[in-house]
Design a binder for this molecule. Structure first.
Ligand code: NAD
Length: 420
C-alpha cells in the first residue's frame, strides 16, 4: 500500500476515514473500498527537438471496476506523482457513484510541463503515453478524458494512437475529443457550465439573487474560464476577481471579461492584461465576494485561510481545493459559507463525458440542447440528494455527497461478493 504517498493522497484518505466513520463501515471493509484496483507506471521516452532523448514518468490509476469500466482524466503537470493520481481516481469514484454513472474512477497523467514542450514534443509525449497504456485500457475497461494540461487535441492523438493499433477507429476510447472525431456537443464547456448551474441553485438555497452577486474565480483554464463566462453571461454575476498561474486580477467594479477573453486568446495567459488590477494571488481568495470558485489546483483553501473567506458560496470547480483541516473550520461556519463540494460541483465534466461515450457506442449523436437538458437533470438530482441528506443528517455538504458515493460503491461490492 505504501506506493500511495504525499499530501493529496493523505487528503483523500482522511476524507474517506471521516465518511467511513459516519457510515459505520467495519475496519475490514475500509481498505477494499479505499485502495485502488490497479496502478500502472510507465516510462515515456521521446526525442526532444534539440536532439536529446528525455524520459518522462507516466501513470494511470484505476480505482475500482465494481460498477463498470473506470473513467477519468489525464493530467500533464510537472510534479505529478502516483499518490496524487490515486487521490484523483478515488474522488472520481465517489463522483461517478454520486451522479449515478456506471463507472469506477480512474486518473492518469505524465509528469511533464506541457508549457515547455513544443507541439511536436507534446504530440510525442501524448502518443507514447497512450501506446504504453494500450494493454490496460479499452472502451470496456478504462476510458480517458482531459484534465489539467491536456485538451481536445491531446485526446485526438490518444484516439488516433489507440485506433492505429486496433486497425480501425475506436472513438469511444477517450472523451473530450473534438466534435468532428466523435466528441459531443457541450463537452468542452460542461464542467464550467455545471459549476455555474449549481452555483445558481446554491444561490436559490441561501436566498441570493445571482444578478446581485459578485464572484472570484481562481484558475482560468478550461474550468475556470467557462465558469466565469457562464456565471457572467448566463446568470448575470459580476466577476470581480480571476487568476491563473501567472497573475491574479481584482476589480470590485467588475472585470472586463470580453477584453480578457481576447487577451488570453492571443497570449494564452492572463499576465500582461493589466497592471492596475493586479493583486497578490493568495489575497485574491479572501476578498469580499458572494461566490468563490477555486478552479485550479488542490489544497488552496487551508486551515490558514478558511476562517478568512468572505464568500457566501464556495464552489469547488477544482478537485481537492479544500484540505480536511479547512473543512473543520468551514464546518463551524456552515451558516456563513455554503460549500458545493468538488465531487458535486465539477461533476458536469464527467457527466457529459459519459454522454459522449454513450453516443460513440451507439453511433447516434445528440444536439447541444439535448446534452445540456440531460446534464441539468442529472445535476439537479445530485444537488437535491446532497442538500437533503446534509439537512437530514446535519452534516456538511461534503460529508453528505461523499456518503452517497461511498455507499453506492459499497453496495455494489457487497452484491457482487468477493472472489474467490
Ligand atoms: P487547465 O489546465 O485547463 O487550467 C488550469 C488553470 O489553472 C490554468 O489557468 C492555470 O494557469 C491555473 N493555475 C495553475 N496553478 C495555479 C495557481 N497556483 N493559482 C492560480 N491558478 C493556477 O485545467 P482544467 O481542466 O481547467 O482543470 C482545473 C481543475 O479542475 C483541476 O483540479 C481539474 O482536476 C479539475 N477538473 C477539470 C475537469 C475538466 O473537464 N477539465 C473536470 C472536473 C474537474
Amino acid at each position: 500500500m505504501s506506493i500511495y504517498t504525499g499530501p493529496v493522497f493523505e487528503m483523500a484518505r482522511a476524507q474517506f476515514g471521516i465518511i467511513a466513520d459516519h457510515l459505520d463501515i467495519p475496519d475490514d471493509e475500509r481498505d477494499r473500498l479505499l485502495y485502488p484496483k490497479r496502478a500502472i507506471a510507465v516510462s515515456v521516452p521521446i526525442h526532444m527537438d534539440d536532439g536529446r532523448t528525455e524520459v518522462f514518468q507516466g501513470y494511470r490509476v484505476q480505482h475500482h471496476l465494481t460498477l463498470g469500466p473506470t473513467k477519468g482524466g489525464t493530467r500533464f503537470a510537472r510534479h505529478l506523482d502516483v499518490g496524487e493520481v490515486a487521490a484523483l481516481a478515488i474522488w472520481m469514484s465517489w463522483k461517478c457513484a454520486l451522479t449515478g454513472l456506471p463507472y469506477g474512477g480512474a486518473k492518469g497523467g505524465v509528469a511533464c510541463d506541457p508549457s515547455r514542450l513544443s507541439i511536436r514534443e507534446l504530440e510525442a509525449v501524448s502518443r507514447r503515453y497512450m501506446q504504453e497504456m494500450i494493454p490496460f485500457v479499452s472502451p470496456q475497461t478504462d476510458i480517458m478524458a482531459p484534465d489539467m494540461g491536456t485538451n481536445e487535441q491531446v485526446m485526438a492523438w490518444f484516439m488516433d494512437t489507440y485506433s492505429v493499433h486496433q486497425g480501425h477507429s475506436v472513438n469511444e476510447i477517450v472523451t473530450g475529443k473534438p466534435v468532428s472525431l466523435g466528441g459531443t456537443e457541450g463537452r468542452r464547456e460542461a464542467t464550467g457550465q455545471g459549476v455555474a448551474y449549481l452555483v445558481s441553485r446554491a444561490c436559490d438555497t441561501v436566498g441570493l439573487k445571482s444578478q446581485d452577486c459578485t464572484a472570484v474565480v481562481q484558475g482560468f483554464g478550461n474550468v475556470g474560464s467557462v465558469t466565469a463566462y457562464a456565471l457572467a453571461r448566463r446568470h448575470g454575476v459580476r466577476i470581480t476577481g480571476i487568476s491563473d498561474h501567472t497573475v491574479a486580477l481584482f476589480d470590485p467594479a467588475g472585470l472586463p471579461l470580453d477584453a480578457i477573453e481576447a487577451h488570453v486568446r492571443g497570449s494564452g495567459v492572463l499576465a500582461g492584461f493589466s497592471n492596475q488590477m493586479k493583486i497578490d494571488p493568495g489575497e485574491l481568495l479572501t476578498q469580499q465576494c458572494d461566490i468563490l470558485a477555486p478552479c485550479a489546483v488542490e489544497r488552496v483553501i487551508t486551515a490558514d485561510n478558511a476562517g478568512k473567506l468572505k464568500c457566501r458560496i464556495l464552489a469547488e470547480g477544482a478537485n481537492g481545493p479544500t484540505t480536511p483541516d479547512a473543512d473543520l473550520v468551514l464546518a463551524q461556519r456552515q451558516g456563513e459559507v455554503f460549500v458545493l463540494p468538488d465531487i458535486l460541483c465539477n461533476s458536469g465534466g464527467v457527466i457529459v463525458s459519459y454522454f459522449e461515450w454513450v453516443q460513440d457506442l451507439q453511433r447516434l449523436f445528440w444536439t447541444e440542447n439535448e446534452v445540456n437538458d440531460r446534464l441539468e437533470r442529472l445535476l439537479e438530482s445530485a444537488f437535491g440528494q446532497v442538500t437533503r441528506r446534509a439537512q437530514r443528517e446535519r452534516v456538511p455538504m461534503r460529508t453528505a455527497a461523499m456518503a452517497i458515493g461511498v455507499e453506492k460503491v459499497r453496495a455494489g461490492k457487497q452484491l457482487r461478493g468477493l472472489f474467490p
